[in-house]
Structures are given as structure tokens and as C-alpha cells.
Design a protein around this ligand. Sequence first.
Ligand code: SF4
Length: 330
Amino acid sequence: MRYKSCDWISGGLDFRQNSIVLCCFTYMQGYDEYELVSNYFGERINWEELFKRKRELTELQKKGQSAKFCQNCVYLEERDWYDDDTINCLIFNHWTKCNSACIYCEFGKEQEYYGKIPYYDIVPILEDMEVNGILKAVPGSFVSFGGGEPAILKNFGKIIKIVERNGFKNIRVNSSGIKYSEAIAQGLDKGIINVCISPDAGSKEKYLQIKRTDAFKKVWENIGKYVKSSNDKLNVKIKYIIIPGYNDTKEDVDDFFMQINNYHVKSVCISVEKNWAMNLKINTYCDKREKRIYELMDYFKCCAEHQDLELEIYSEGLAFEKYIKEKYLK
Ligand code: SF4
């Protein structure tokens, strides 16, 4: 049936540290996450209950309405949607341990604390989904690892195997790139994984300032190794999050593209720092800066085009662009 909906309403799950939520985009509308299962720590899932909650949202969409947190979301689109109780898109965000200490990340800010938090094993849950026919890869399906750092996640290779044998061939791994992973390299070779690494800097100094980990050289070398292993070079995506006050000049962007060129990268991503972008609506004093950041995004796009690179704009970047266009370019 044709109606306006999104992958997440239709068949998505986002596993968190202590809950299962619908998606990770409700913040763009300024709302809390929509919990499908609260206080969740890896227990057996009551699928009937979970799909009942999801169906309520689907029914709204079919009537041409939306839950409040979905209204005006950039991910809503009109097309034919699968209408069964299966899961086609997954995000794993159930662990917090990371080997980087990025200034913009909750886990990075308090690396020691978050590094010690125990987390549940997702493998039995995936096996349960598999046995019950709930995991269903359809055109457009994907799996994404948020985290925490996937390369240090317990059972990372096993998780990849389960989703792979269930037909998922579009697996996004967001990695710091600090630890080289054989499982990622093999997935790149098979063409089922695309890895996204976000150094956010093209110089050692800026990297250290933003990541607070002395791994600039190692990360770019690992990027180079992943590019070599990949069957499709576009599956190694290197991201630049613009962090106002840290890496927000054209020189910073130029340094980044120098490294991109040095390591033969063919695909780049751009975004803006999420917390800063979320605060824009409250802080009207930063008008000048927000326009400058918007222009820097444009400059980044031009550099990518100039080097003939594939470009992806991340959800925070898309939401920021939408906000600026609505505010200034109506
Ligand atoms: S419409 Fe947007 S906010 Fe709603 S479930 Fe889909 S991605 Fe999430």
C-alpha cells in the first residue's frame, strides 16, 4: 500500500543501552526518543507487544497523519511500504565502550565511566529474531552500528555473520578507526560492509584537540588499509563533523581533503555537531556563525565535487540545512 512513512515506522529497531527505541531522529524535531520497550537489558522480547506499538504508528501514517515526533521529519516519504511484522532496519547502540574520547560525544566526554558500563549481548536476540522469521532483508534494508566502538564490541564478528546469513548486505559500521578490524576488512572485501570513520581533522593538532586521543597517524593508516581491502572503494566513507570553534575554517577543510587525497579515499560525509545544531533554535545570538557554518558545508561540497568524490550529508547536516533554508532562504 502506498502512503507516507519511513523505514523506521515500517520495520526499524534501534537497540539502546537500556531500551529499544523506534529511531534516532526524533531529536531533529526536538522530542524525546519513542521507546518501544523501556528498561530493556537484553531480555527475551515480547514481539507481539512490540509490533502492536509499531502498528499504531503505521495506522496513523496510513490515515495521512503522524505521531508528533514524526511530523516534518526529513525521512518521511511517500511510496509502497511492506505491511508485515518484520524488522528490515537495525541500529545497534547498546554499548558505550569506546577507544576515542571525542569532545562532542557523551561517551567520549566521560570515557572512563562509559567504558566500564556492562552491556547486554545482542547475539541471542538476533538468533531469536532469526528463529521467529522476524529478521527480513528487503530492498533498502540496512544494519548500522552506532555505539560505542564496534571494533571492540564483544561478538562483533558473530553479529555480522548473523545479519549476513539473513540477507542483509548493507551494513554500516561507524568506527573511530583506531583499532583495525579484520571483520570490517572482510566485509569490505565481500562488499557487504560500508565503514564510516570520522577523523574530523586533517592535521594531528586538530585531531588531538577534537578526539583527545593520540591516534591521528594510526587512524589515517587504517583508513588506507580499509580502502585497499574494499571491493568497492565507495564503501570506505570518511566523515567530517563541523564542530564550531574547533575545525570550522576553510584551512581545516583543506587539510582534511589533503588526507583524503593521500589515502585514495573516494567517499566523504559531512555533518555538523549535533548538540550545537540542536541549540540553534534557542540561541538566536549565533546568527552570523550559523550562516558561516552553512557556507562551510557548501565549501566542503565543492571540494568533494572538485576531487570527484561521492558525498553523503548526515542527518544532523540535513536538519541543519533545512533549518537555515527555512530561516533565511524562504
Ligand atoms: S519519521 Fe523520522 S522521527 Fe519518525 S520514525 Fe521515521 S525517522 Fe524517526
